[in-house]
Design a protein around this ligand. Structure first.
Ligand SMILES: Nc1nc2c(ncn2[C@@H]2O[C@H](COP(=O)(O)OP(=O)(O)O)[C@@H](O)[C@H]2O)c(=O)[nH]1
Ligand SMILES: [Mg+2]
Ligand SMILES: [Zn+2]
Length: 364
């Protein structure tokens, strides 16, 4: 397979130059776990491990994840090793949940869910999974990543009032495409076609049971990822995707399937992504008399005025404030963690990586 078909472009070409000089070759990570990486490049699929300098990387987000471009030994070598991760064009990150065994001590570390994604498909079921506030969280995650979002409202076959819910989501999507599908029946998927050009990378994100793997199977017409049986009592899947993996589609696009996130704690170094999710709040806040208005008791507050007049939805404002607080605390914890890491450099990354893997397996 030609590397261009795997998403290789001028950005990676430029950054690869020093690696080229060392006789390394590029490859894309299709799956990562347990210290082993499944890679794809012109030579086909191969398995690699980390070279020493990467194993001692100072931060967890420096390790390869699905979608990354890496520099590896030429295929003639025995025991292929990854020597470098090329700078990411986009990265979907969440904040470590904390509170769980092993992670509690590292709550300031962002976890990279997928790298070099062009388009993120936020899949939401039109059954009891439906929750506009959760869609807003995923939107911030995607906006923060640099990828372009698409919202897919799936399981339309189970929801007679899909038109109403679609309109509700369109009202908070501000121009982001909203598709209504039944992955199970293969309906509504045609509108994805323009996003599936050869060499483009997409990721499927959303709750467990929303229909991500079913959608992927429809797109590949093959049973790549096991889909789950729905337990009728709760309407949720019982067997789920346990790892992130990149699948090349017959048409040339590349799709990363992911397990549902048990918890989505937002991560971001600024409020840029948040502001794209809530453009109306940014606009109303611009009308506040004070630029540092907290929208609490200050006079001439554009936000409180809009809430009073009903032009700003109180649920949106609540959602915005919650996300903003979360982003702020993520940054704070990150700064704290960075200080700690600075003190004890060269910590044992491989063990931590194992923890992340365990975390993944329990997602949702
Ligand atoms: N009725 C209905 N069920 C669906 C649809 N899409 C997926 N499912 C079912 O929902 C369950 C979870 O699907 P799955 O693809 O595993 O969800 P994932 O966890 O997001 O990957 C499976 O039983 C699917 O058959 C749909 O459009 N309509
Ligand atoms: Mg799945
Ligand atoms: Zn204000």
């Amino acid at each position: 397979m030609d590397v261009k078909q795997l998403g290789w472009n001028a950005h990676f070409e430029n950054h690869f130059e020093p690696c080229q000089a060392q006789d390394l070759v590029p490859a894309r990570v299709v799956r990562a776990g347990g210290g082993f990486y499944t890679l794809l490049n012109a030579d086909g699929e191969q398995t690699a491990t980390l070279a020493g300098q990467l194993r001692h990387a100072s931060s967890l987000d420096a390790l390869p994840v699905v979608g990354d471009w890496v520099a590896i030994d030429s295929p003639l070598e025995e025991g292929i090793r990854i020597h470098a991760v090329l700078p990411r064009q986009t990265a979907l990150k969440r904040a470590a949940a904390g509170g769980r065994k092993g992670l509690a001590e590292k709550p300031g570390v962002p976890q990279v869910l997928a790298a070099n994604v062009d388009t993120a498909i936020i899949v939401s079921g039109l059954d009891n999974d439906y929750n506009p506030r959760r869609i807003e969280r995923y939107l911030t995650l995607v906006h923060e990543s640099g990828a372009a979002p698409i919202i897919v409202l799936n399981k339309a076959d189970l929801c007679p009032e899909w038109k109403k819910l679609c309109a509700e989501v369109e009202a908070i999507a501000y121009g982001i495409p909203v598709l209504v599908t039944s992955a199970q029946r293969g309906e509504g998927l045609d509108e994805l076609a323009p996003h599936l050009e050869s060499g483009r990378t997409l990721v499927l994100i959303g709750s467990s049971g929303a229909g991500k793997s079913t959608l992927l199977n429809r797109l590949t017409r093959a049973d790549h990822q096991r889909t789950s049986k729905v337990s009728t009592a709760v309407g949720k899947g019982v067997h789920t995707t346990t790892h992130r993996e990149l699948f090349p589609l017959p048409g040339g696009a590349l799709v990363i399937d992911t397990p549902g996130l048990r918890e989505l704690h937002l991560w971001g170094e600024s409020e840029a992504g948040l502001e794209i999710t809530f453009p109306e709040i940014v606009a109303f806040a611009a009308q506040c008399r004070f630029s540092n208005c907290r929208h609490e008791s200050e006079p001439d507050c554009g936000i409180r005025q809009a809430l009073l007049e009903g032009t700003l939805d109180a649920a949106r404002m609540e959602s915005y404030l919650k996300q903003r607080a979360e982003l702020a605390s993520a940054v704070q914890r990150h700064e704290l963690a960075a200080q700690v890491a600075q003190k004890r450099k060269r910590k044992t990354i491989p063990r931590e990586e194992k923890r992340w893997r365990l975390e993944d397996e329990d997602e949702e």
